[in-house]
Design a protein around this ligand. Sequence first.
Ligand code: GCO
Length: 449
Amino acid sequence: MQFSNDFLWGAASASYQIEGAYLEDGKGENIWDAYCQESGHVAHGENGNVACDHYHRFREDVKMMQKMGIKNYRFSISWTRILPNGTGAVNQKGIQFYSDLVDALLEAGITPMVTLFHWDYPYALHQKGGWLNPESSDWFVDYAKVVVDALSDRVTYWMTINEPQVFIGCGYAIGKFAPFQKLPVRDLAQMCHNVLLAHGKTVKMIRECAKKTPKIGFAFSTPCTTPTDNSPLAIEIARQKSFAFTRERFTFETAWWADPIFLGDYPQDAYSVLKSDMPNIKEGDMELISQPVDFYGVNIYYSQAEENPNAYVENDYMGCPRTQMGWPVTPEALYWGPKFLFERYGKPILISENGMASHDWVQLDGKVHDPGRIDYMKRYLRELHRAMQDGTEVMGYMYWSIMDNFEWADGYDKRFGLVYVDYRTQERTIKDSGYFYQTVIETNGETIF
Ligand code: GCO
């Protein structure tokens, strides 16, 4: 059994998590640079100042990807490497870095997939109110235009924004991620609206300005719920929960973000639940937000049970297998998540992230044996394949992550990579799962069965 011939196999990363070189060659400060320095936010007081030093080692890293047979590489652009103050002066050295990276990838036969924003928000703009500032969506599109002008002669795949659910929810609602704030609901809702505007305006701009015909999407997270059994009732409950709207968790809800893009309006429940806390929606906003996109990029790790008050009822049973993050191993999330999204929004799905952290280390034989990750990939990919056989359109799968990296507030302990990184020496070791993934890609999926 194989995947379709045009299925996109790849792996993903994000600028702040791997690049390092945090103030080099003219890069400006972002909110993670600024707030990691304050104690108490990140495990062991760690930060992304050096990370995987990918900024200096990208050529070596691209060779490694080539060795692993990676065909597509999803990475993000650091806004302040391009515009140190978020707006205004352009830093040519920043552009050069990404331009060189794109060239190196193409030379290695790897298709670049660009995410324009993966959480490293310019500190200078944060000080001007960040996403709450009415100009914030224009700041974003101006930045994105610089990137599109520089790279769209070679880049086809664009993702505007990574997981707004998480950077708004964790960054501004629960204060777990930079800038570690807890804002009132009214402000959060307005921020979300501005992020959606930034997305929509950018889709429009890419469509108008890209030199190569673009394929445009985003990378959202999804609190997907999977049915407890295969009865129509259980499936319907899971479907409804997957698109529910609650005041407590609204910044994380799928329908809150995706309905405006695909259906042109916030879910009706949002109006009745948020009432006067709804954002200020100006005339024309919804048209901008609902610019047609080409695919629905989604990061799926597990089906939502952890945050469920009745946690033990669903996938999260007593003693269930868990990754190093503590997340339950729920392969059926890659069946139901894409299926529900495809049914509701009708766009091909790109699994823009899926993967697991595990307790990896270089073993006595000099190798990194991670059989748990191989089993995880097999199980999840089988479910994805099953979804495709049942009619869900799926474009591709990006393993998170190409290499171990800075896992935000968890620092460096959590290892998601196909490649092990020794942060003392920056030595890279391809894990067993990296070699396994190579066979998956080479056989177009046969080795997962
Ligand atoms: C996210 C981000 C990644 C994370 C990964 C594991 O989805 O949270 O896109 O940056 O590192 O998901 O937590």
